[in-house]
Design a protein around this ligand. Structure first.
Ligand SMILES: Cc1cc2nc3c(=O)[nH]c(=O)nc-3n(C[C@H](O)[C@H](O)[C@H](O)COP(=O)(O)O)c2cc1C
Length: 203
């Protein structure tokens, strides 16, 4: 085993070593009230109490999702299964600014409980979020959202809220690369579970 050092010129690709990502699809409201959707892999929970989530969004120039969140102060973070992986990929490509990507791609809307922005009915879970804070961290802006309501597909989860991966394949995105004048997106297939048992110590 031999470790090598990533060259300084390539240090901006450090994030490759944090792949694969679990992209979520953010829905936001466009200025005309239509719905926008795009996938974001740089997302993670940052607090359980209060419930808060973070997503890093490109800010130079800001993508449509960031512009919409800044205006509307809310978004829905939708957690996909592999059933919608092709639509997730479509949502990552630019569409004309006067069309609703959500409608063009053909997602079904999931009405939200406490915010205006709808979620995606085909996703296994949707987190309704209100903007808590944004932090400029570099070429991305970290959006921190208060999670207000979580709705989820009951059949896809155990009572302990563990995903049943044999019926609801999680979306795990490894890579994207150019090939034959196009782009290939590689997703990791889940191949069952490897459980590790830890006995409680007798006291
Ligand atoms: C799997 C995947 C993950 C992505 N993750 C991010 C991310 O974390 N942050 C980001 O700014 N863009 C990310 N993108 C790119 C955006 O989805 C893309 O720029 C999209 O066009 C933005 O759409 P919008 O302008 O409607 O917001 C990702 C794309 C893919 C395919």
């Amino acid at each position: 085993m031999a470790k090598v050092i990533l060259s300084e010129e390539q240090i901006d690709e450090y994030w490759s070593f944090l792949q694969p990502s679990r992209p979520a699809m953010l829905t936001t409201l466009n200025k005309d009230g239509t719905i926008n959707v795009a996938p974001f892999g740089w997302n993670m929970p940052v607090s359980a109490n209060p419930p808060r989530v973070s997503v890093a969004l490109v800010n130079s120039p800001p993508n449509r999702t960031l512009t919409n969140i800044r205006r509307e102060k809310e978004f829905v973070l939708n957690i996909p299964t592999m059933q919608v992986a092709d639509k997730l990929v479509q949502a990552s490509y630019q569409h004309p600014s006067d069309v609703s990507k959500f409608s063009v791609i053909g997602f079904q809307r999931l009405e939200s409980r406490v915010i205006q922005t709808p979620g995606i009915a085909e996703c296994r879970a949707s987190l309704e979020c209100r903007l808590f804070k944004e932090v400029d961290v570099g070429d991305h802006t970290l959006i921190l959202g208060d999670v207000k309501v979580v709705s989820f597909e009951e059949e896809d989860y155990t009572k302990d809220l563990t995903l049943k991966i044999d019926q609801a394949w999680p979306v795990i995105h490894l890579d994207q690369y150019r090939k034959n004048g196009g782009q290939v997106h590689s997703f990791v297939k889940t191949a069952g579970l490897h459980n590790i048992f830890v006995p409680y110590n007798d006291r």
